[in-house]
Design a protein around this ligand. Structure first.
Ligand SMILES: Cc1cc2nc3c(=O)[nH]c(=O)nc-3n(C[C@H](O)[C@H](O)[C@H](O)COP(=O)(O)O)c2cc1C
Length: 197
């Protein structure tokens, strides 16, 4: 299987980076190939500019897609699985990743729109996986309704909603509690997710 990982965290010393490394080790264990878009390292432009807005809003439908966006779209369509790895920041992904969706999920690629009706997607995603590192425990995030909202937005809208055949979200929580063994348990889980993708 060829896996495309979209990763957003500014620090190599972060726990989220350790999760990325564990996941990739798991992929290697099962001989899967992979490529990573490390959005901070690439300095990926993540704010939709006026020209892009005019294209997406349908005012200038025939405007070209920017080259950096085309490259990301090609990575999606040549992969068997799309994996998103990020820390939970204010109950969502970092702005760096949100902007990746804004730009890469362009009209004619992630959706077609005619007369206000969504007409389907040209994205080819057989399998999608979201791995999110969270400071709070999964139990707490379930209790306050955040997991449900994350799943609605990230899985139902940004993955299944654009044609992913299958999508799953795993929250590796409790990173700020310092619970004994929590870090190792989360890293083992990330490794297994890679190994068994
Ligand atoms: C700007 C910011 C916002 C955060 N917001 C949340 C949040 O809404 N919920 C939560 O559980 N943790 C939150 N955290 C904690 C991170 O999710 C947690 O530190 C991260 O998953 C693991 O740490 P890392 O930065 O070393 O990868 C936030 C952290 C930062 C820096």
């Amino acid at each position: 299987m060829h896996v495309f990982i979209v990763y957003a965290h500014p620090s190599e010393g972060s726990f989220t980076h350790s999760i990325l490394e564990a996941f990739v080790d798991g992929l290697a264990e099962s001989d899967h190939s992979y490529e990573i878009s490390d959005l901070y390292e690439m300095n990926f432009k993540t704010d939709l500019d006026l020209a892009e807005y005019e294209r997406e809003s349908g005012r200038e439908k025939n405007r070209d897609i920017p080259e950096d966006v085309k490259l990301e779209q090609e990575k999606i369509n040549r992969s068997d699985a799309l994996v998103l790895i990020y820390p939970l920041w204010w109950s969502d992904c970092p702005a760096k990743m949100k902007g990746w969706f804004d730009r890469v999920y362009s009209r004619g690629f992630a959706y077609e729109c005619e007369n206000e009706q969504h007409m389907g997607s040209h994205m080819k995603v057989k399998k999608a996986l979201v791995i999110c590192a969270a400071g709070h425990s999964v139990e707490h995030l379930e209790e306050i309704g955040i997991i449900k909202s994350m799943r609605t937005v990230m899985v139902n809208d940004r993955l299944i909603g654009v044609g992913a055949e299958q999508a799953e979200m795993v929250v590796l929580g409790g990173t700020i509690s310092g619970e004994k063994g929590g870090r190792e348990r989360n890293l083992k889980k990330a490794f297994d997710l890679g190994k068994n993708i």
